[in-house]
Design a protein around this ligand. Structure first.
Ligand SMILES: C[S@@+](CC[C@H](N)C(=O)[O-])C[C@H]1O[C@@H](n2cnc3c(N)ncnc32)[C@H](O)[C@@H]1O
Length: 301
């Protein structure tokens, strides 16, 4: 079941990241505003890491702009913004959003493993939750370096291998769950203990997982990680330790990495265990073993 860039494109084209269902029938301006509020409430450190206000008048490239949520913050703050994405849907919705919000930006639908820009063109490259979904992440990182001006900077988010989520939920809890996910009667008794909303969410996850299990009873490691990040049917997702991330960015200077984020809405782990811990311990867990690995680096002058 080895997956290609075409599978990646098809999946994200059908599932634009963060887009609510019924998007096209609603007042789009308020949908975009709501998406923005939700994103920066739930993933509150994005503005801190992205540092949107620092790039006024600078040329910023976003690799994997999705539906343009972070991109619009760069543009609002005066950056000369270009967004690229693999999917027609992402580019179309981002253009729509910029036009509705009265923002300026360029968009290109492209596989970022080969960027259509000349060497040394951008002051800053930003990419949030994208590179680990691609067929050849190293090619994207090399392309980012090529298009950055000497001294240019990048901020990238990759999933963290040394996270509580990966080590405990993905490798232990979900493997156990996968083993028994087709025991419908058992889960029909257990899920309601979590309340109606969660019970429905867990049940729809269980159904998807059972469907996957019917075609892939023994997923390999890459398949298993891919099934347990964004969606059961997500074709490719990888995780990176600090060392692996450093190797990926070995040709950059000033490499820094730090981690954050516990998903309080979707993970079994949060509902069954983590939320009962004292807040200072949760904060410590998040800063040491968070799911998002941020990378900041620059190109040699
Ligand atoms: C999880 S979404 C993240 C989108 C956005 N950065 C955000 O944070 O909402 C992943 C995005 O990466 C894009 N993507 C994956 N591989 C890509 C590639 N090789 N080149 C360009 N975009 C890619 C997908 O089309 C999708 O929009």
């Amino acid at each position: 079941m080895s997956k290609s860039i075409n599978d990646v494109q098809e999946f994200w084209n059908l599932n634009p990241c963060g887009l609510p269902s019924g998007y096209s029938d609603q007042d789009k301006k308020s949908v975009f505003e709501q998406i923005e509020r939700d994103r920066y409430l739930k993933q509150a450190r994005i503005p801190y890491y992205a540092d949107f206000a620092s790039f006024k008048g600078k040329k910023v490239l976003e690799v994997g702009c999705g539906i343009g949520t972070d991109g619009s913050q760069f543009a609002k703050n005066g950056a000369v913004y270009t967004g690229v994405d693999l999917t027609e849907a992402g580019i179309r919705i981002s253009r729509e959003r910029f036009s509705i919000m009265g923002l300026k930006g360029e968009f290109v639908q492209i596989n970022a493993e080969k960027l259509p820009f000349s060497n040394d063109s951008f002051d800053h490259v930003y990419s949030f939750g994208v590179i680990h979904h691609s067929e050849d992440p190293q090619k994207i990182v090399d392309e980012i370096r090529r298009v950055l001006k000497p001294g240019g900077t990048c901020t990238v988010m990759l999933y963290n291998r040394t996270s509580f989520y990966y080590l405990i939920e993905v490798q232990v809890m979900r493997k156990l769950f996968f083993k028994f996910c087709d025991k419908e009667r058992l889960w029909k008794a257990v899920f309601p203990l979590f309340g109606k909303g969660l019970s429905q969410r867990f049940e729809s996850f269980r159904i998807k997982l059972s469907k996957m299990k019917a075609v892939k009873r023994y997923p390999n490691e890459l398949e298993w990680v891919s099934m347990n990040t964004d969606d059961v049917f997500c074709p490719i997702a990888r995780v990176y330790s600090a060392g692996e991330a450093k190797r990926l960015f070995r040709d950059f200077r000033d490499f820094r990495t730090s981690v954050w984020f516990i998903d309080r809405e979707n993970w079994l782990l949060w509902f069954s265990l983590v939320r009962f811990l004292p807040k200072p311990l949760i904060n410590l867990l998040e800063s040491r073993t968070g799911w998002f690995r941020m990378i900041q680096a620059s190109k040699q002058r």
